[in-house]
Write a protein that binds this ligand. Sequence first.
Ligand SMILES: NC(=O)c1ccc[n+]([C@@H]2O[C@H](COP(=O)([O-])OP(=O)(O)OC[C@H]3O[C@@H](n4cnc5c(N)ncnc54)[C@H](OP(=O)(O)O)[C@@H]3O)[C@@H](O)[C@H]2O)c1
Length: 301
Amino acid sequence: MTESLVPASLVTASRNPESLAAESPEPAAPSGRTALITGATSGIGAEYARQLASGGYALILVARDAERLAASAAAIGRRHGCSVETIAADLATDAGVDQVVARLAEGRDRSDRFVDLLVNNAGFGTKGSLVAGDGVAQEAMVRLHVLAVHRLSDAALRPMVARARGAIITVSSVASYLTSPGNVNYCATKAYQRMAMEALAREVSGRGVYVQAFCPGFTRTEFHARAALTTDPIPRVLWMEAETAVAISLAALAARRPTTVIPGFLNRAIVTLLGLLPRWLLSRGTRPYESTRAAGGAPSA
Ligand SMILES: NC(=O)c1ccc[n+]([C@@H]2O[C@H](COP(=O)([O-])OP(=O)(O)OC[C@H]3O[C@@H](n4cnc5c(N)ncnc54)[C@H](OP(=O)(O)O)[C@@H]3O)[C@@H](O)[C@H]2O)c1
């Protein structure tokens, strides 16, 4: 049987998300495992970093803002006593992805450089229609959500398969189940992430590697403010804290199932409904909402 990737302390925390709110003053016992998290300085990625560090993982944090990265690493290292490496890299560029690929590839020959868990989390949203919008941002989105995820997963997977252990989590979205004017590339790239992970999970089945497509709905992070999206039209009941969402993802990592993780009953109900309704009815029902999106008014998740 494959060894669990998550230490007992983390499993307990993941099953009780509320217990994560009060930070433990005690450093976690090192698990001997390393997690590389992209987009680790804010929101969902920062929460993966905190919860994995509290479970005894050593961390490699990746984001663009080097100063914020150093501050995050110092805070986590102080609090949990774990080793924290940082890589300041723009994953929408070839050079940025090359840096992280090189670090992941070191695990092929050196067990002390092996990365047990890759979390493909870095991502962003945009506002407005494709034709009227910023072409540079749209291309960066495709590069970050698709090309970087493909290249990092490939680089991480080779040493994992060779050692018959490891895990990849890619943070997709409930939006991966939608096609939406005003959100053309976001929905399409999130669908790529979910579908690629679902297929990859089947491809590596029985080889000791767990793959997860994590599909949160609306989550309180910096995501919407960064894209200058208004959150007013979104009912409060649809929002989830990043801490709760990540705890659900990590509980699935501990159990090594399922492949597709949709946190929260309401998000699962929405996805079920999206699968059941015929497309013509779906687009008719969501047209008023989509027209605000196309005008740049409403947020994506
Ligand atoms: N919040 C939601 O409602 C929601 C719902 C479903 C799915 N998601 C997904 O969750 C993931 C995390 O988003 P979040 O909500 O936590 O957003 P967030 O708070 O804005 O955090 C985004 C993180 O990604 C990093 N990042 C952005 N562009 C990058 C690039 N080109 N290269 C490297 N790092 C980059 C940012 O740091 P730097 O700016 O320093 O690079 C930051 O650490 C995204 O993939 C998003 O699509 C979010």
